[in-house]
Ligand binder design. Structure first.
Ligand code: MCN
Length: 796
């Protein structure tokens, strides 16, 4: 899809639908912005963390004397020094009543549970001095048995936290028969004519955001002011207050421009707490910025699951049930939403299909590795991968085209709204339309013919076609649903819209964009709603003092929840202005209509603009009795449902069977995200998501050695793709409007990432299935593919 500002306005008079270039890009692209690490405050001190090289060890002694005497060092703090004040880092999602969780001190006190855990912090007058002195901190460790392998950990072969007595943090189940949302899966398995049993692995991934984490805390005023490269300034403020016992009113958190997060900055990090403690200890502003190696090692990781799956079906391809047994690697600690990530996936294994029986069990397991938490899609890519891989396997088993098997089982267009076997109500969708369009753009039938020819001629380069007809639940989330899942916070979002005396508009949003372009999209929404020029809208966010309420940005929630809050606030502004307009026009409010920024007396040419009313409100000389002199309004919106974007992704992969090398030949995706506010932003979101999902399929993996050392600790070994590794994607959209917000929009921030991984792996497997291959472990490296061809195994 080629999108330009000029050509794509669906309705040129409206802002929503226009491919506006992002307001924020000029400052971001030219560097004329302030990242946290650019901040220089008078007398500022710098921190360097001393980290454990051991995966599991007792700290027998720490000698900080040499570091303390090093030039320009102000202080060195160990866990012992702060053990009474550092609290335990928060986990906001106890998924079960009896969930086990070890205390999680920001600085380890007497034991470390993963390589990279902070054992001391050096505070110095320069970053270089801090780094040099950190080298001089002398820590003695006594090695403890470390448990690194997820299956070994699940069997308690060694304990990540001996005091807990087990590595199992929690076991969470959902059963459709018990929940009353469907039939009994054991019956479905017993009666199955076809059973597909598979075990898939979700490798460990690293969010690898562009801007490393950075935090500055200034304790010198009336408040502690924290700047942090975070996705969640509001949640961070609350959690800091709760963890450290500081009143919330004494903490202000500012997320300036943030260079990406992908879930990796949805966290209250040890380093943020330590920077806070250091500032409190020294009474001086303190800064910590991580190196890229620290980021890969110690910022939370994502995915890392084993999935055991049993799919029951009839011979005609009708799926009758699915049983999912997960092992999910928590790593060493529970971060903000660690235990909830696999649980989010629980509701998505049925995807777009309407089978009647479903059982899900997840065991959350501790290991001595960096803890896992949200990474783009969080739970939903894992589920989508499993079901979309299984649908291919079922198609092969009964000998039909994989698109046909999907069509047989998916929810038909006329069946919406549809309540799934998990009890979710999908409000809208059209899988037929998206698939038909994708097939056409892809040239599905021709590619299948070519595939056949290559097979028959024994071409060393084989062609595979991969399909992913995905959906996902996003727009986190109705607060009641979050409550029913034990999540510790709501899913609402807050917004304020302020008419300034000059007629310009200030929008304050509780969402906290870190690359998603909310300033532009919110301006488009408000421009339409209030009838003001796009350029006249200023969007403020990411500062708890300015946007005092908010739930921040993750779970592709900002447009469908935060954007809707903005709409509600703008509507309130219009309602507030109406009596003043009536007063000025000497008409009754019932006779007024509002459009294009003006109140008009129906059937006359008498009217007044919102800008004039804003000035009149400011002067307040002649307001109707009882009207407050303000055209500002607040709204807090709690959605009634998630939004359910979907799409059909088709991928063609060429595999050199002699070397195992793969080449992407084409990738087509037709996504349905309801109404689109800004097609250009959406295109960027889809592209970015696709690349991340494809990277999981082909390139990325966090690898530990047998001692628990992160081997893929730099970008040499953690192989992030570059633009040279990807191809031009063909994108298009269908539109089934959502019913849970006025725009009819569905989230898009994670869609590409959720959909693309199974499309690519399905294509790789499809290309070499005739060699007896039915799975390849991700990432499907040339070596794994080659081994699979040789041995017909998953390619180890
Ligand atoms: N949008 C639109 N029309 C729609 C849906 C969305 O125009 N129908 C626009 C929105 O207005 C917004 C953008 O697309 O500008 C993304 O919207 P949304 O789907 O609501 O997602 P969020 O803004 O809540 O962003 C979160 C999402 C997540 S969960 C991850 S992870 C992710 C992602 O966004 N991380 C990102 N995209 C990212 N993009 C960048 N550059 N950096 C990250 O860290």
């Amino acid at each position: 899809m080629t999108i330009t500002e000029e050509t794509t306005a669906a309705a040129p008079e409206l802002e929503v639908g226009k491919a506006r270039r992002r307001k924020e890009d000029e400052r971001l692209i030219t560097g004329r912005t302030r990242w946290t690490d650019n901040l220089q405050l008078t007398g500022m001190l710098h921190l360097s963390m001393v980290r454990s090289p051991f995966a599991h060890a007792t700290i027998t002694s720490i000698d900080v004397s040499a570091a303390q005497e090093s030039p320009n060092v102000v202080a060195v703090l160990t866990g012992q020094d702060v053990k009474d004040i550092q609290g335990s880092l928060p986990c906001a999602w106890p998924v079960t009543e009896d969930q086990l969780a070890p205390p999680h001190p920001a600085i380890a006190v007497d034991r470390v549970a993963f390589a990279g855990e902070v054992v001391a912090v050096v505070i110095a007058r320069s970053a270089a001095a801090a780094r040099d002195a950190a080298e001089l901190v002398d820590v003695d460790y006594e090695d403890l048995p470390a448990v690194l392998d997820l299956k070994a950990a699940a069997a308690d072969e060694a304990l990540a936290h001996p005091d807990l007595g087990t590595n199992v943090s929690a076991t969470w189940t959902f059963d459709s028969a018990e929940a009353g949302t469907g039939a009994d899966v054991e019956d479905a398995i017993r009666d199955a004519e076809v059973l597909i049993e598979r075990e898939y692995r979700q490798q460990r991934l690293i969010p690898a955001f562009m801007e490393p984490r950075s935090t500055v805390v200034d304790p010198t005023g009336e408040q502690f002011v924290m700047w942090s490269a975070t996705q969640v300034p509001h949640i961070l403020r609350l959690m800091l207050a709760m963890t450290l016992g500081v009143p919330e009113s004494k903490v202000r958190v500012i997320a300036p421009d943030v260079g990406g997060g992908f879930g990796g900055k949805l966290q209250v990090t040890p380093e943020e707490v330590i920077t806070f403690l250091a500032a409190r200890h020294t009474g001086k502003p303190c800064k910590w910025t991580e190196t890229r190696s620290e980021s890969l090692l110690a910022a939370h990781h994502g995915r890392d699951q084993w999935q055991k799956l049993t799919l029951a079906a009839r011979k005609d391809g009708t799926v009758t049930g699915l049983k999912v047994e997960l092992l999910a690697d928590m790593g060493a600690y529970l971060g903000l939403v660690t235990p909830g990530v696999p649980i989010l996936g629980a509701f998505m294994f049925n995807a777009i299909y309407k089978f009647p029986a479903y059982h899900f069990t997840c065991r959350n397991i501790f290991t001595n590795k960096t803890w896992t938490d949200a990474y783009r899609g969080a739970g939903r890519p894992e589920a989508t991968y499993a079901i979309e891989r299984l649908m291919d396997e079922l198609a092969v088993e009964i000998g039909v085209d994989p698109l046909e098997i999907r069509e047989k089982n998916w929810i038909k267009h006329e069946e919406f709204p549809f309540t799934t076997v998990c009890g979710l109500e999908y409000d809208s969708g059209n899988y037929e339309a998206a698939t038909a369009r994708a097939k056409e753009l892809f040239g599905y039938d021709e590619l299948r013919r070519e595939q056949q020819q290559r097979r028959e001629s024994g071409d060393p380069v084989q062609l595979g076609i991969g399909i992913s007809t995905f959906t996902e639940m996003c727009g986190l989330a109705p607060s009641r649903v979050l409550g029913s899942l034990n999540y510790g916070a709501g899913g609402w979002e807050h917004a304020s819209v302020r008419m300034l005396p000059t007629g310009k508009v200030e929008v304050i949003t509780g969402s906290s964009a870190h690359g998603q372009g909310h300033e532009t999209a919110w301006s488009q929404i408000v421009a339409d709603k209030l009838g003001v020029p796009f350029e006249d809208v200023e969007v403020l966010h990411g500062d708890t003092q300015i946007s005092h309420k908010g739930m921040d940005t993750y779970g592709s929630r900002s447009l469908v929840v935060g954007g809707q809050a903005v709409i509600k606030a703008a509507e309130k502004v219009i309602e507030k202005a109406k009596p003043l307009a009536a007063h000025q026009l000497e008409a009754s409010v019932e006779d007024l209509e509002f459009s294009n920024g003006r109140f008009q007396v129906r059937g006359t040419d008498s009217g007044v603009g919102l800008a004039d009313l804003a000035l009149a409100t400011f002067a307040a000389h002649d307001l109707p009795d009882g009207m407050e002199p303000s055209l500002d309004a607040d709204a807090t919106f709690d959605p009634v449902n998630f939004s359910f974007p979907h799409g059909t992704h088709l991928c063609a992969m060429e595999i050199d069977t002699e070397t195992g090398a793969s080449r992407m030949r084409s990738y087509v995706c037709v996504d349905d995200i309801g109404t689109v506010v800004n097609p250009l932003i959406v295109e960027g979101q889809v592209h970015g998501g696709l690349v991340q999902g494809i990277a999981q399929a082909l390139w990325e993996e966090a690898v530990y050695d047998e001692n628990g050392t992160l081997v893929s600790g730099s970008f040499v070994d953690y192989t992030l793709p570059t633009s040279a590794d990807t191809i031009s994607f063909v994108t298009d959209r269908t539109v089934s409007p959502a019913t849970s917000n006025d725009l009819g929009a569905k989230g898009v921030g994670e869609a590409g990432c959720i959909a693309s991984t199974p499309a690519v792996v399905n294509a790789v497997v499809d290309a070499i299935r005739h060699y007896g291959v039915n799975d390849i472990l991700m990432p499907c490296t040339p070596e794994r593919v080659w081994r699979a061809i040789q041995g017909g195994t998953a390619g180890g």
